[in-house]
Design a binder for this molecule. Structure first.
Ligand code: CDP
Ligand code: CA
Length: 491
C-alpha cells in the first residue's frame, strides 16, 4: 500500500494558485498596457473665413494615433453671425468681435485640459483675395483684428492667413479623398468641385496631365507612399455671388434705368444701386460712365435667354494650350468621379436636383420650369427662405449647369460622374480638414508600418499561450500529483 505524501497536496495547491495569479496578472497587464486609450482625443480647430461667411470647425482624433490614417473627424461646426470678414474693411475690429461667439462655443466643446495644446488656424479665401487686390492696407487691418481676437483665446493660435486659390483647390481635394479613405488605400481618387461666393475651384488627377503643360496648375503630393500629380485651378470672380455681378454688369453696360433679367422670376422687381453693383474688383473697371444712381432690376424668367447671358461671362476665344476650360485656362481631360460641394450642394439641394442619375436634359427642363415660375408663387412656396437667397436660385442653378458643361466640359455622359455632397462620414466637404491635416503633418508621405496583429488578436494570443504554458506546467508536475483513488479512506 502506498502512503499518502502530505507534502504533495499543498505543493500542488500553491502551484495552482500561483499559476492562476500569474495568468490573471499577465492577461491584465497585457490588456491594460495595450488598451486603446478610449475617450482620449486630441483636437484641432480651423476657421474658414469665406467671402460670404465664416465657419469654425472642430476636429478630433485618438490621442495615441496622431499619425494614423482616416481617423480625424469633424465633431462640431459653428457658423459665425454676420457676413464674411472682408465685409468689415471699414471697421476691422468688428471682424475680430464677430468670431467671439464661436470661440466661446469651441471652449465648451473641447475639454478644458486640452485647450492650450489645441491648434487654432484661420484661413481666408476669395473675399479677402478680392479685398487685398482692392485695398491691401484694409485687408492687413482685417487680418490684424482677427489675429488679435484669436490670440486671446485659450487655444494654441497658429496664425491667420490668405490661402492661394491653388491651396484652396488642393486642400479640398485632400479632404474629399481622405474622408473617402482613398489615399491610404491608393485607390482611384475623386475630383473636387468647390463653388464659393467669390471663387470656384476644380481639382482632379488626370492620366494625361503630368504638370509639364501649364505648371502653375500642378500640385504634387506623396501621401501614404503614393505619388499624386494633381491638376487644380481656382477662378477668381467665378464664385456664384461674383458671377451674378458679372452677368448684371453685362446687362448694365449702357447705364440703363431698368433691365429685364431672364435669370430672375417674372414679377421680380428690386432697385439696385450702381455703386453697390460695381463695388468689386471683378467688375469695377467696367462701371458705365454717366449712369444714373440706381436701376430697376426686373425679372423675366426666360431660361434659354438666361443661359445665353450666363454663357457670355465666359471667354472661349483664346487657348494657347492643347485644351482649355475657359478664359484661356488650361484643363486636361476630365477623369474619374467628382464630388461637388459648398454652394454646388446648397443650390442643387434647394432645387431638388442633387440626383445626378436624372438625365442632364431633364435637369435643364426642370430648372427652366422653376425659372419661369412667377416670383409671387415662389415666395408663397418658400415663406421661410430669405428673399435675397430665394431670388437667386434660378440664376445660381443656371450658372452651375453652365459652369459644369460649357466651362469645364462635362457632357450628358460624364454628368452622372458628379455627386453633389455636403458631408462625407459626418465631416463637411471643404478645404479646412485638408489644410489642418497638412499643417499638423497628419498625412505621412510613406505608408505607416501596420502592427503585426490588431489589439484583440494580440490579447487572444497572449492568453492562449499563457493557458497552454500553465497546462504544461501542471502536467510536468504529474509525478507529484496525489493519487486520491488509491488512498485508504480514513473515517
Ligand atoms: N446655406 C448656404 C450657405 C452658403 N451658401 C453659399 O455658398 C457660398 C459660400 O461661399 P464662401 O463664403 O465660402 O466664399 P468663398 O470665399 O469660398 O468664395 C456663398 O455663395 C453662399 O451664399 C448657400 O448658398 N447656402
Ligand atoms: Ca468657401
Amino acid at each position: 500500500m502506498k502512503e499518502k505524501n502530505p507534502w504533495h497536496t499543498p505543493v500542488t495547491i500553491i502551484i495552482t494558485v500561483i499559476g492562476v495569479i500569474a495568468i490573471v496578472a499577465l492577461v491584465t497587464v497585457a490588456v491594460l498596457q495595450n488598451r486603446p486609450l478610449t475617450q482620449k482625443y486630441k483636437y484641432g480647430i480651423v476657421l474658414d473665413a469665406g467671402s460670404s461667411h465664416t465657419a469654425l470647425y472642430i476636429y478630433q482624433w485618438p490621442a495615441e494615433k496622431d499619425n494614423n490614417t482616416g481617423r480625424v473627424e469633424q465633431t462640431h461646426s459653428c457658423k459665425v453671425k454676420g457676413p464674411g470678414i472682408s465685409s468689415y474693411a471699414s471697421e476691422p475690429w468688428k471682424a475680430g468681435e464677430s468670431l467671439k461667439d464661436c470661440i466661446e462655443d469651441a471652449k465648451r466643446r473641447v475639454p478644458e485640459k486640452r485647450h492650450d495644446e489645441t491648434p487654432l488656424y484661420l484661413g481666408a479665401t476669395a473675399g479677402m483675395r478680392l479685398l487685398s487686390i482692392e485695398d491691401s492696407s484694409a485687408s492687413n487691418k482685417v487680418f490684424q483684428a482677427v489675429e488679435q481676437s484669436l490670440q486671446k483665446s485659450p487655444f494654441s493660435f497658429q496664425g491667420a492667413r490668405l490661402l492661394s486659390g491653388q491651396e484652396e483647390g488642393a486642400f479640398g481635394w485632400v479632404t474629399v479623398n481622405y474622408l473617402d479613405d482613398r489615399l491610404k488605400q491608393g485607390l482611384e481618387t475623386t475630383g473636387a468641385l468647390d463653388l464659393g461666393g467669390a471663387s470656384t475651384q476644380i481639382s482632379f488627377v488626370s492620366n494625361n496631365y503630368d504638370g509639364s503643360e501649364s505648371p502653375k496648375n500642378s500640385v504634387t503630393f506623396r501621401l501614404y507612399g503614393n505619388d499624386y500629380n494633381l491638376y487644380t485651378n481656382s477662378f477668381l470672380c467665378y464664385g456664384k455671388d461674383q458671377a451674378l455681378r458679372l452677368t448684371l454688369a453685362q446687362q448694365t453696360q449702357s447705364g440703363p434705368r431698368s433691365i429685364l433679367d431672364p435669370c430672375f422670376h417674372p414679377g421680380y422687381n428690386e432697385t439696385v444701386t450702381y455703386s453697390d453693383l460695381y463695388d468689386s474688383p471683378c467688375v469695377s473697371d467696367r462701371k458705365p460712365q454717366g449712369a444714373p444712381v440706381t436701376f430697376t432690376h426686373l425679372g423675366q424668367g426666360n431660361s434659354s435667354q438666361c443661359q445665353d447671358v450666363v454663357k457670355s461671362i465666359f471667354n472661349f476665344t483664346h487657348c494657347r494650350y492643347t485644351q482649355c476650360s475657359f478664359n484661356g485656362v488650361f484643363q486636361p481631360l476630365l477623369q474619374g468621379p467628382f464630388g461637388a460641394f459648398s454652394a454646388y450642394y446648397f443650390v442643387m439641394n434647394f432645387l431638388n436636383l442633387t440626383d445626378t442619375s436624372i438625365p442632364l436634359e431633364v435637369v435643364r427642363k426642370r430648372l427652366s420650369i422653376y425659372c419661369e415660375t412667377p416670383w409671387d408663387q415662389i415666395k408663397q412656396r418658400h415663406p421661410d427662405v430669405k428673399l435675397k437667397y430665394l431670388a437667386e436660385y434660378c440664376f445660381s442653378g443656371t450658372y452651375i449647369l453652365t459652369l459644369l458643361t460649357k466651362g469645364y466640359n462635362f457632357t450628358s455622359e460624364s454628368y452622372p460622374n458628379i455627386k453633389f455632397i455636403k458631408k462625407i462620414k459626418g465631416s463637411d466637404a471643404g478645404w479646412t480638414l485638408g489644410y489642418m491635416l497638412n499643417l499638423t503633418n497628419m498625412i505621412p508621405a510613406e505608408a505607416p508600418d501596420s502592427p503585426l496583429l490588431p489589439h484583440s488578436g494580440y490579447v487572444s494570443i497572449v492568453t492562449v499561450i499563457t493557458v497552454l504554458l500553465f497546462v504544461l506546467l501542471i502536467f510536468s508536475l504529474r509525478p507529484f500529483w496525489p493519487r486520491c483513488s488509491k488512498q485508504p479512506q480514513i473515517i
